[in-house]
Design a protein around this ligand. Structure first.
Ligand code: S3P
Length: 180
C-alpha cells in the first residue's frame, strides 16, 4: 500500500502558511504541525529570544530536527518557517515525504500582512535590517524564490484569494496528484 504523504506549506512570512494550513487540516481531518510553534514549545522561548540568545544557526539546527521528526507518519499538514528552504536537506526531505506547496505573494502584499500583525512580529526576529521593510522583503524574496521554486511541487499565488479558496485549490491538487 502506498504511504499517504504530508502536505508541506512553504513560503515567506506573511504568505498565509499557518492560516491556510489550519483550513486544509480541518477540511481533510488531518493533524497540523507548525515548525515555529513546535520550536517555541520545545525551547520555552520565543523565536526572537532563541535568535538573540543562541544565534540563527542554533535555530536552524533545531528547525531541521523538528522537521525531520514531524515528517514521520502519520500524514499531516505541515506549516514551515520561511527559512526552511535554506537547508538543502530540508528541501530533499520535504520533497521525498510529501507534496510541497509554495504560498507566494508580491512583496507589497506580504509587507501589508506582516506590518498589520505587530503581535506576531514581536515574537519573531526582524527579517530585515532596516526600516525600509517592503524593499528589504523584496530583496529577501528574490534571494529565496529560486529555493522555494526548487522545493515546491506547486506554486500557489495567494495575493488575491481568501484562505478558504487557497485551501480548496491545494486540496484539489492533492487529490489529483499521482501516487509517489
Ligand atoms: C523566518 C521565518 C519565521 C521563523 C523565523 C525565521 C525566516 O517563520 O521561522 O523567524 O527566516 O523567514 P514564519 O515564516 O512563519 O514567519
Amino acid at each position: 500500500m502506498t504511504e499517504p504523504r504530508h502536505i508541506y506549506l512553504i513560503g515567506m512570512r506573511g504568505s498565509g502558511k499557518t492560516v491556510v494550513g489550519l483550513q486544509i487540516a480541518r477540511r481533510l481531518a488531518l493533524p497540523i504541525a507548525d515548525t515555529d510553534a513546535l520550536i517555541v514549545a520545545r525551547r520555552g522561548l520565543s523565536i526572537a529570544d532563541i535568535f538573540a540568545a543562541e544565534g540563527e544557526q542554533a535555530f536552524r539546527d533545531l528547525e531541521a530536527r523538528v522537521l525531520a521528526e514531524i515528517s514521520q507518519p502519520p500524514p499531516k499538514v505541515i506549516a514551515t518557517g520561511g527559512g526552511i528552504v535554506l537547508a538543502e536537506d530540508n528541501i530533499a526531505l520535504m520533497r521525498q515525504r510529501g507534496l510541497v506547496f509554495w504560498l507566494d505573494a508580491p512583496p507589497s502584499v506580504l509587507w501589508r500582512r506582516i506590518s498589520g500583525d505587530p503581535a506576531s512580529a514581536a515574537q519573531r526576529p526582524p527579517l530585515t535590517d532596516a526600516a525600509t521593510g517592503e524593499e528589504e522583503l523584496a530583496r529577501l524574496l528574490a534571494q529565496r524564490a529560486p529555493l522555494y521554486a526548487r522545493a515546491a511541487h506547486h506554486r500557489i499565488d495567494t495575493a488575491a484569494d481568501s484562505p478558504e479558496t487557497i485551501a480548496d485549490r491545494i486540496i484539489t491538487l492533492c487529490r489529483s496528484a499521482a501516487p509517489p
